[in-house]
Design a protein around this ligand. Structure first.
Ligand code: ADP
Ligand code: MG
Length: 722
């Protein structure tokens, strides 16, 4: 290795031991940094607690007097934990969180420091809206945005080495009330789903129906790279992925990493992460190695979707911050290394309530089975009708590298049910399920469903959207993404399907049919219209890619440039408007912001390719080639049979590289596009292929140039040195 790389490796080998903490039992640390209902009950009068509990459970506004009492109690609690500042935390249309910090401090007439935190400060904040992406939502005369406390997600404390801050989960909207964030649509989509589900359940004869909520357990994949090596890679620092890098002699071909013993240093890191998560009331539940070397996974136990989404943002923050403390760089990028598995975020999703339970659980009684079949059918219809939307909500420049590759779900949305359930729906479609004579249950369907295995062994890992026993798992979501977009889309499409089902059920029931007969009829029609989305085969195969489009009529949207315009399609605009989740203007702002993000992230990478090619790779290759040429001439003077071919190979690739990046510069400078969609298309079809072409030259050079002269840490070093 060259000097810089050697020095970095030496640093890794000489690193001091990871920081160790006192080991404390879970009961002592669980949610200590969260102002949850227990803490409120301790701090508040009976009446104030009753009022705030109602707000927490329902999201209803607090009356101003109680808000003042809650704010004072929250401040006292936070200050007792060392907090001097508070911040509304919100989720702008980026994949990260935003915060604006304010002190509790004010001074009185005598110049003494006192503290203040009123109900109105708790409830509303006013960050400058102009510095966040807003599409064309924010008119220049209304630059302000404001944040409002989301009482359904508890406040918490974030610690640093020198202090602590009270964090208040919030929504973020424009002065005119439009959502500028990711939380508002999620909350609205839950309400839409609740209303639609309630309609169906009432028609099914349910009398007591508690509020329905979506639940979510997101599995997060990530890579850990030693910081000393990572900092020698400008691409990892700026783009979060390697833009160059020849494949190492050893990759993931031995499958020796998955579920293998976790390296000690990584385990110490994981435990430090979990320690922090537990204090924040986040139920981290599993951790293990993933398929690629250096790749790992963490998954919390599932929670209400809104809280799961806030917690998922915190998990990403904690993973990154803790990595730095342990000398790692944590990569959440979907495809940090070419040729190795990428990282996803499997979004496990179900809907339910306290009275009917999880409606995606087949349950044990016939009534539960009918409800289950309806909700499951609603999901099938949703995936069929709005598959392109599901593709659009996971469309990012980084996730495009992963989808459709041979280790990640395809960009075509289909739904996997498992053999048993697929057979049941197939029977329903073919009209083979008959309501029994006494007006009771369906014969065939029920007997199969009742025996349904909760955790079917026939898991299909190639499906983008799979039923996994009591929930659906959206597996195509990218590892760096917020889960709010996928959750909002799933809730909304479910709401739409449940209304469609309710409309049909109403007619059937009015005509005097039994519940079982009505369900069979409605689902038969549903399957005839939408059964094409059900697919149990190999989603990675090229046959499926062809058949899905040609025979099933499903849409294949391989890049974000293909997928993002779905946000502007009439059915999608109507879906969001009708459900009250996003107005046409709000939806269009998402299209504009996400398109811009796609274009910008590709531009950043392309600039980096040009920069590294010209100032790092080419000089190293040229220097080595000239040394080699000198050495070869000297050698040839002694023995003419020494071959100079390698100099020529290096020259060809170095020249090819320069030409390619010159072309890339020209294409990057183009701005004469008819619209955003055309600009995106240019990124996908011209910029990206040129970056790939440049990469081939660089990776070839890496295999030709003396290891001691190669300037960037190699894959084998990044992946295997810990
Ligand atoms: P896998 O076998 O898919 O890797 P994991 O145990 O890693 O499973 O993660 C499964 C995730 O699904 C967990 O977060 C778990 O809490 C979540 N989960 C389980 N049941 C439900 C449910 N009914 N609704 C939503 N999420 C669920
Ligand atoms: Mg899973």
């Amino acid at each position: 290795a060259n000097e810089v790389r050697s020095a970095a490796i030496t640093e890794v080998l000489n690193r001091s031991a990871a920081p160790t903490a006192e080991i404390r039992p879970l009961s002592e640390i669980w949610a200590t940094d969260v102002f949850n209902l227990d803490k409120m009950e301790e701090a508040l009068s009976k009446n104030a607690f009753k009022a705030v509990k109602k707000t927490v459970k329902t999201g209803e506004p607090l009356d101003p007097a109680t808000a003042d009492i809650v704010a004072a109690a929250m401040k006292d609690w936070a200050m007792s934990k060392g907090a001097k500042f508070f911040s509304h935390v919100f989720y702008p249309l980026t994949n990260i969180t935003a915060e604006k910090h304010d002190g509790f401090i004010i001074t009185n007439a005598d110049g003494n420091a006192i503290t203040e935190f009123t109900g109105s400060l708790l409830i509303k904040g006013e960050p400058d809206g102009s510095s966040f992406p807003n599409g064309s939502l924010r008119m220049t005369n209304a630059a302000r945005g404001y944040t409002a406390w989301d009482p359904t997600s508890p406040a918490y404390i974030m610690h640093t080495a020198n202090g602590a801050t009270l964090m208040i989960p919030s929504v973020f909207m424009s002065w005119t009330g439009e959502s500028l964030d990711k939380k508002i649509p999620l909350l609205r989509s839950n309400a839409a789903m609740d209303a639609a589900a309630r309609r169906v359940l009432e028609l099914m004869g349910e009398t007591e129906i508690a509020p329905l909520n979506a639940s979510c357990g997101p599995e997060q994949e990530y890579f850990l790279i030693d910081q000393h090596l990572a900092t020698q890679r400008p691409d990892l620092l700026l783009a979060g992925r390697t833009l160059f890098g020849a494949p190492p002699a050893k990759g993931q071909e031995f499958d020796d990493h998955y579920f293998g013993a976790i390296p000690e240093r990584v385990q110490v890191y994981m435990q430090a992460v979990e320690e922090k998560l537990y204090r924040l009331g986040i139920p981290a539940k599993t951790h293990h190695n993933e398929v690629a070397p250096g790749q790992f996974e963490i998954a919390p136990y599932h929670e209400t979707a809104n809280i799961a989404a806030d917690h998922q943002q915190l998990i990403m923050t904690v993973l990154k911050a803790t990595a730095a403390e342990h000398g790692f760089l944590c990569l959440l990028h979907e495809k940090p290394f070419a040729g190795l598995n990428g990282s996803g975020k499997h979004v496990n999703w179900s809907v339910g309530n306290e009275t009917q339970g999880n409606l995606l659980d087949p349950g044990t009684s016939p009534e539960q089975n009918l409800n289950f079949l309806l909700f499951c059918g609603a999901v099938i219809r949703g995936v069929h009708k709005f598959g392109p939307l599901l593709r659009a909500v996971i469309a990012t420049a980084s996730n495009d590298h992963r989808l459709g590759a041979n280790e990640a779900p395809p960009a075509i949305l289909s739904v996997y049910l498992g053999d048993q359930l697929e057979a049941v729906f197939e029977d329903i479609k073919n009209g083979c399920v008959n309501p029994s004579a006494d007006g009771g249950e369906m014969d065939l369907g029920l007997s199969q469903i009742l025996n349904f295995k909760r955790d079917p062994g026939d898991r299909n890992r190639t499906s983008p959207f799979a039923f996994t026993g009591n929930r659906f798992e959206f597996r195509a979501v990218g590892s760096s993404q917020s889960i709010t977009g996928p959750l909002t889309a799933m809730n909304t499409m479910l709401a739409d399907s449940l209304h469609w089902i309710a409309d049909k059920l109403e007619v059937e029931l009015k005509a005097g049919k039994t519940h079982a007969a009505a369900v069979a009829d409605v689902l038969k029609e549903l399957m005839e219209l939408h059964g094409n989305a059900v697919f149990g085969g190999d989603g990675y195969s090229s046959e499926w890619h062809e058949a899905a489009v040609a025979e099933r009529g499903l849409r294949n949207l391989p890049t974000s440039a293909d997928a993002l315009p779905v946000f502007t399609e009439p059915e999608v605009v109507e879906l969001f408007e009708k459900s009250g989740v996003l107005s046409a203007v709000e939806l269009n702002s998402r299209y504009e912001v996400y398109s811009e993000q796609y274009i910008n992230s590709i531009a950043v990478e392309a600039k980096l390719v040009i920069d590294l090619a010209k100032t790092v790779i080419y000089p190293a290759a040229l220097k080595y080639a000239s040394e080699l040429a000198t050495t070869i001439s000297a050698a040839q003077a002694l023995d003419a049979s020494f071959d100079a071919g390698q100099v020529k190979v290096i020259a060809e690739n170095a020249n090819g590289l320069l030409e390619t990046v010159a072309q890339l510069s020209t294409e990057l400078a183009r701005h004469d596009f008819a619209d955003t969609a055309a600009h995106m298309k240019h990124c996908a079809t011209v910029i990206r292929p040129l970056m790939e072409a440049a990469r081939v030259y660089v990776d070839t050079l890496e295999t030709e140039v003396d290891d001691a002269a190669w300037p960037l840490p190699k894959y084998r070093e990044l992946l295997f040195i810990k």
